[in-house]
Design a protein around this ligand. Sequence first.
Ligand SMILES: [Zn+2]
Length: 234
Amino acid sequence: MPNPFLKYLSGLASLVFPQVCRGCGESVEINRAVLCRKCEAELPRTYFEKVPGNPVEQMFWGRCQLQFATSLFFYRKGELLQDIIHQLKYKGHKHSGFYLGQQAGRILLREGMTNRFDIVVPVPLHARKEKNRGYNQSRIIAEGLEDITSIRVAGDAVIRTVYSDSQTRKGRYERWQNVEGIFKVLHKDVFRNKHLLILDDVVTTGATIEALCMAFSDIENIQLSVLTIGIAAG
Ligand SMILES: [Zn+2]
């Protein structure tokens, strides 16, 4: 029998913050603010984390040496995941990012992979962009992942030094040129002898992540892996 007072409180909270699923609009449990279980189960999982040599790892072959790489979901225009990430990046819905990070954390836990990584490195935004947005969306995702796995998130030991505008209209080569040398590791000792899990919202060409990997290349005994929530799939 649920405590009637708690029930009253949670009823009150749901009046103040209507808990509706972003996917179907049905009401959802109080601490499940983004998707209901059904919509969550319908997100297009890649299961790449189970596949050595998966398409995300292939994307980085010959570009950076990674221990492991995966994207959790296929990211397609007009689909629910795009909507959630759009809300996160442009509408201030930080809880959407935290939720996605928790999902990532649960998947890593289920795969027994959490012990591999020492530190999570969200892809940094340029300070100006972060100021405009109010936060770095990848960092919010990383905090959700940390909440589930306890893998700590790197502070500001690495920064983005070059401001770049939206890269969506540029070709792969131009984009690559555009991101080379744009990150700077301020405190290299933080990463020495560590296995880093680089985290981003969506990977398209991999150029940004490649540039970030290059920034770590002269650090002693470092290992790099990559996890993104989505992989652009048309
Ligand atoms: Zn739903």
